[in-house]
Design a protein around this ligand. Structure first.
Ligand code: AMP
Length: 308
């Protein structure tokens, strides 16, 4: 089954304790689409300006990502600039230049409207709502957001949450949006708003899934080759939805597997700046790392003899 991903296509300037890179390929939809493309046919919808380098489009085409939904608009591509200190779980935004994003109004082709699996990557929630309105009977919609939109478009974000199956937030954003330091409580409040499931991303500490009747905790990966966390959340989402689409199985067991696959893809993305690690990634490495995740999070049931 195919995946539709709508979000930003960006030129990022990123500084981490491991270096600074200017105007590199980024954007929520780019990171998510590249991760998803390892598993399923993926269509990317988002705006670019006249300054968007053609080499980036070539890379996305080489990953067999469908770019028919890219809107080329006069003006400059969306730009984000940020930095991370030693706590690389926390991105600090220096500057957000919306540029062509202010003119972007997605109009899905008849084919894309039929997409079964949809990821609304981090984007203005009013635009996310416009995409939802165009979809014809999707199997699953997941949406992501960030503090920028929580501060600026709270009401529209409420509407998005009512209409999607999965809402993804990182833990700081979930606390901020639901106004509580308690993550399970924040997740419960998000479920009460109408989401069917909530995924709280905890950066290098893993991810949590909450539904009305289940809870799952995906482990963190002991990553020693950690250079740039930008796009980790989007790669997580892309891996998650891409694997779900490939398997077309929404059972609890497969949803958990897909969450681990999301964690696997995020763990690769943070090994280098921009999409550089994803450009070198091989399918067998994905399988090997999935097995590593399985091994280090397995443990035996309590033994009565040892207990008493
Ligand atoms: P994350 O997975 O949260 O690290 O996402 C990082 C990506 O989000 C970067 O490549 C940015 O270009 C993009 N981004 C930053 N700010 C925004 C925003 N306000 N809306 C949409 N995308 C953004």
């Amino acid at each position: 089954m195919s995946v539709l991903i709508v979000g930003t296509i960006a030129l990022d300037t990123v500084e981490t304790p491991f270096g600074k890179k200017e105007a590199i390929l980024g954007g929520s939809a780019v990171h998510a689409s590249v991760a998803s493309s390892f598993f399923a046919g993926t269509s990317l919808v988002g705006p670019v300006g006249a300054d968007f380098p053609s080499e980036h489009e070539e890379f996305l085409k080489n990953r067999k990502i469908d770019l028919s939904g890219i809107q080329r608009l006069p003006g400059k591509t969306f730009r984000w600039s940020g930095y991370y200190e030693f706590d690389m779980n926390q991105a600090h935004t220096r500057n957000t230049e919306l540029n062509v994003l202010t003119e972007f109004m997605p109009k899905l082709s008849p084919e894309l409207r039929k997409s079964p699996f949809v990821f609304l990557a981090n984007l203005d929630p009013e635009i996310q709502l416009k995409v939802i309105d165009q979809l014809e009977s999707p199997k699953l919609i997941a949406a992501d957001t960030m503090d920028f939109w929580i501060r600026g478009k709270r009401d529209a974000l409420h509407e998005v949450i009512k209409k999607v199956d999965y809402i993804l937030m990182n833990e700081g954003e979930a606390r901020m949006f639901m106004e509580t330091p308690n993550i399970p409580l924040a997740a419960r409040r998000l479920l009460e708003l109408g989401a069917k499931a909530v995924i709280v991303k905890q950066g290098e500490h893993g991810a949590l899934l909450f539904t009305d009747d289940t809870h799952f905790s995906a482990p963190s990966y002991p990553q020693d080759a950690f250079r740039d966390p930008t796009g980790a959340g989007d790669s997580f989402a892309g891996g998650f939805i891409g694997y779900l689409a490939k398997t077309d199985d929404l059972s609890q067991g497969n949803i958990r597997r897909s969450i681990i696959m999301g964690s696997v893809m995020a763990s690769f993305n943070i090994e280098d700046f921009s999409l550089d690690r994803m450009k070198r990634l091989k399918a067998h490495e994905i399988g090997d790392r999935f097995d590593e995740f399985r091994k280090f999070s397995q443990f035996e049931a309590l033994s009565i003899e040892h207990w008493v």
